[in-house]
Design a protein around this ligand. Structure first.
Ligand SMILES: [Zn+2]
Length: 416
C-alpha cells in the first residue's frame, strides 16, 4: 500500500506541475491567485509548484499586476527560453532540423537536401544535422523529437517502414538516445503535425469547448496521412498505424500504388496523382492553358508540376479544374469516413496539395458533406492549416514538450 500511495502522490504532483505550466503557457503573465482559480488547484499547491518552477528557471516573477482593491498581485510568466528541444523533419526532399524554445519558435535551423539517399547515408545526415545543433550548446536541451514519413512504433521510436528512405525496422529513437544521451521521441510526420496544431495552433477559437481536445490533421502531399488527436492525446491505434488513410483502396481497378497494391487513395488524390492526371488531360487538350504549360515544361526538359496545375486553374482551364475537383472528391470521401467514425469537428489540411486552394478545398468540403450524416456534416469544419512555420519540426518538438513537461491538455474546462 505504501508503494502505491507513493506512486499516486508522484502522479498527482506531476499532474499539478503540468496544470500550472499549462496555465502559465496559455495565460501568463498571470497572478498565482488566477492560476489557482483557472486550474482548480488550491493556492497552497500553486504556491509550492510555482516555487519549484521558479527554482528550475521555468517561471519567473515579472512585477505587479493591477490591484483589485488590496495589494497588487505579483505576476508570473513562463520563461520561453528555459528549455530547448531539437525538432527534426525528415521530409521527402530535405531534412530540416531546428532548435526551438518552449513556444516552438525556431532559434537556429539547419537543413540538407536528401534526394536519392539510401538508408545508411540518410542516417548519417540525421547525425550531422543534430551534431551541428548540439554543438551550439546542450545545457538546456530537453530532448530530440523526430517527425518521419512511414509507420513508426511510438513506444520504441523504431521506424517500421519508410518507403522513400528505404528504412525498415530502424531503431532511430534508440540510436539517437544512446548517441546524445537525451530523451528522444519519434513519430510519423502527419501525427507530429497534428500535435503542433494542438499545442501551438490558434486555440482561442476553441477555448472552453471540448472540441479543443479533438482534431484530425491530414497531410496531402506525395503521401496522404492523418494525425488524429483525441482527448488531447495522439491516437496511435493498436498497430501504430492509425490515420494511414493514404493506402486504403478507393478504386477497384485503379493504378498501382508505391505500396504495391492498386487503387489506394494516394493513387487518385496525392500530388503525384494530380500531376499525372493533369498531364494526361494536357495531352488530350493541347490548346488549353494546361496543354500550353505542358508544352513549355517539356521544352525546358521537365514535366508538369503542381504549380503548373495551379496556374492553369487560375487561368480558368476546365480540364485542370476537372482533375483537381476529382482529386478533392476522393479526399472528401475519405474524410466523410473519418467524420462518421470519430465525430471530430475540427479537420485540418496541410501539405503541398493545399496550394491548389479554393477550387480543391471546395470539392473536398462538398464531397465530405454529401457523404456524411447531416448533423455531423454541419458541425465538421474542414480548414487549411494557417501558416505556422515548419509544422513537422514544431510537431516533433511538441512531442518532447508534451512528454517531458506535460504540456498536453488545457486546464480543466470547468474552471473557465
Ligand atoms: Zn498504397
Amino acid at each position: 500500500m505504501a508503494l502505491r500511495s507513493k506512486a499516486t502522490h508522484q502522479q498527482t504532483r506531476a499532474h499539478n506541475v503540468a496544470l500550472v505550466l499549462r496555465t502559465l503557457y496559455d495565460h501568463g503573465p498571470i497572478s498565482r491567485a488566477e492560476v489557482s482559480r483557472m486550474s482548480g488547484l488550491t493556492r497552497t499547491t500553486v504556491g509550492d509548484v510555482m516555487a519549484e518552477l521558479v527554482e528550475d528557471g521555468l517561471a519567473r516573477d515579472v512585477g505587479r499586476g493591477p490591484s483589485t482593491g488590496g495589494k497588487a498581485p505579483t505576476l508570473v510568466e513562463l520563461v520561453d527560453g528555459a528549455r530547448h528541444v531539437i525538432g527534426i523533419d525528415l521530409g521527402e526532399f530535405a531534412f530540416r532540423a531546428a532548435v526551438v524554445d518552449l513556444r516552438g519558435r525556431e532559434l537556429r535551423t539547419t537543413e540538407r537536401a536528401v534526394g536519392g539517399l539510401n538508408g545508411d547515408e540518410a542516417l548519417e545526415v540525421v547525425y550531422g544535422l543534430i551534431d551541428e545543433l548540439v554543438n551550439g550548446g546542450r545545457g538546456t536541451l530537453l530532448g530530440i523529437g523526430v517527425g518521419t514519413p512511414g509507420i513508426v512504433d511510438p513506444q520504441t521510436g523504431t521506424i517500421r517502414w519508410a518507403v522513400n528512405l528505404d528504412w525498415r525496422d530502424l531503431p532511430l529513437g534508440k540510436l539517437l538516445a544512446e548517441r546524445y544521451g537525451v530523451r528522444v521521441e519519434v513519430a510519423n510526420d502527419s501525427r507530429a503535425a497534428a500535435l503542433a496544431i494542438l499545442l501551438f495552433g490558434d486555440r482561442a477559437a476553441a477555448v472552453g469547448s471540448s472540441a479543443q481536445m479533438n482534431l484530425v490533421a491530414i497531410k496531402v502531399g506525395r503521401g496522404i496521412g492523418a494525425g488524429i488527436v483525441l482527448g488531447g492525446e495522439l491516437f496511435h491505434g493498436d498497430g501504430a498505424g492509425a490515420g494511414e488513410i493514404g493506402h486504403t483502396v478507393v478504386e477497384d481497378d485503379g493504378s498501382q500504388c508505391r505500396c504495391g497494391r492498386f487503387g489506394c487513395l494516394e493513387t487518385v488524390a496525392s500530388s503525384l496523382a494530380i500531376v499525372e492526371r493533369a498531364t494526361e488531360a494536357a495531352r488530350e487538350h493541347p490548346d488549353s492553358a494546361l496543354g500550353r504549360r505542358l508544352a513549355a515544361a517539356e521544352l525546358g526538359g521537365r514535366g508538369l508540376g503542381l504549380d503548373d496545375v495551379r496556374a492553369a486553374l487560375a487561368a480558368g482551364d476546365e480540364a485542370a479544374a476537372a482533375v483537381v475537383a476529382a482529386a478533392g472528391r476522393y479526399l472528401g470521401r475519405a474524410i466523410a469516413g473519418l467524420v462518421g467514425v470519430l465525430d471530430v469537428e475540427r479537420i485540418y489540411l496541410h501539405g503541398s496539395v493545399t496550394e491548389l486552394g479554393e477550387p480543391w478545398l471546395r470539392a473536398v468540403r462538398d464531397e465530405a458533406g454529401r457523404r456524411s450524416l447531416g448533423p455531423l456534416a454541419r458541425e465538421a469544419s474542414i480548414e487549411l492549416v494557417p501558416p505556422m512555420g515548419d509544422l513537422v519540426v514544431r510537431g516533433a518538438s511538441a512531442l518532447l514538450l508534451t512528454s517531458e513537461l506535460g504540456l498536453r491538455s488545457a486546464p480543466a474546462a470547468s474552471a473557465r
